[in-house]
Structures are given as structure tokens and as C-alpha cells.
Design a protein around this ligand. Sequence first.
Ligand code: CA2
Length: 137
Amino acid sequence: MKLLIINGPNLNLLGKREPEVYGSTTFQDYFEQLQSKFPKVELEYYQSNIEGELIGKIQEVGFSYDGIVLNAAAYTHTSVGIGDAVKAVETPVIEVHISNTHKREDFRHVSYISSGARGVILGFGLQSYDLAIQSFL
Ligand code: CA2
């Protein structure tokens, strides 16, 4: 089972800024915990702040990997291109969010990813990623 976690813009700041919203764990530390928890899963991680790079990565792995766990961050609410890429590939995509976007500003209630995703998990903090991985097992 080969899965890729893709994080979008600013998620490289996790654990370093705004801990009251996004917690105090860095994604690198959390990713190592996930690798220990799911030793049988070939788990990889990619982060970019650039929309086109995220689209490129979805296309690159989207015909060979077993699953993509995607937090497109702010691009969730703006990117027709990432939404189209999710629909274009064969690999199932689970959309995740750390926060409950529906409890936040109205512009975060819209997602261009959800209609192409297999499922959506949000609001469980970093555990949202763990739950998404479990959904593939
Ligand atoms: O809750 C989520 O996972 C979000 O995808 C996070 C995005 C936000 O734009 C979405 O509406 C919901 C923002 C990620 C920014 O991450 C930061 C982490 C630390 C410090 C500042 C930003």
C-alpha cells in the first residue's frame, strides 16, 4: 500500500506559527509518528506553496499510488485547477483539514476538492490525516 500525503501552502509552518489554531507539532514530527503507527504502509510526504507544483504531484502519482491524502490548505477554497487534477487521476483522494472549516469564515465553507474526493475528513486536528490513512486500510 503506497500512500502520499500532500500538503498545500503554509502548512510548512505547522508547529511554528499560530499554535492556538493549528497546534504545536511540526508536520515532520507528526509524519514520523504516522510512519511508526503504519509500518506496513509505504507513506510519503510532499509539501508545496505553489499551486502548479501541487497539480504536478497529483498527476505524477495519480496513476500508480494507492491513495492520496490531500490538504490543499487555502487552495481548497480557490483552485479549480487542483479540483480538476483530483478528478482527472485514478488514485482515490481523501481531502483532509486540520480545522473544522465550517466553523470558520464563510469563504472556507467552499471546497473545489470535495466533489472529486472519495471522502472528506476535517476538524480532528492532525488526527484527520491518521483517519484518512485508516480509511485506505
Ligand atoms: O484546517 C486546515 O487544514 C486548512 O486546510 C488550513 C489552511 C486553511 O487555509 C484552510 O482553510 C483550512 C491554512 C494552512 C495554514 O497553516 C498554517 C500553519 C501554521 C501557521 C500559519 C498557517
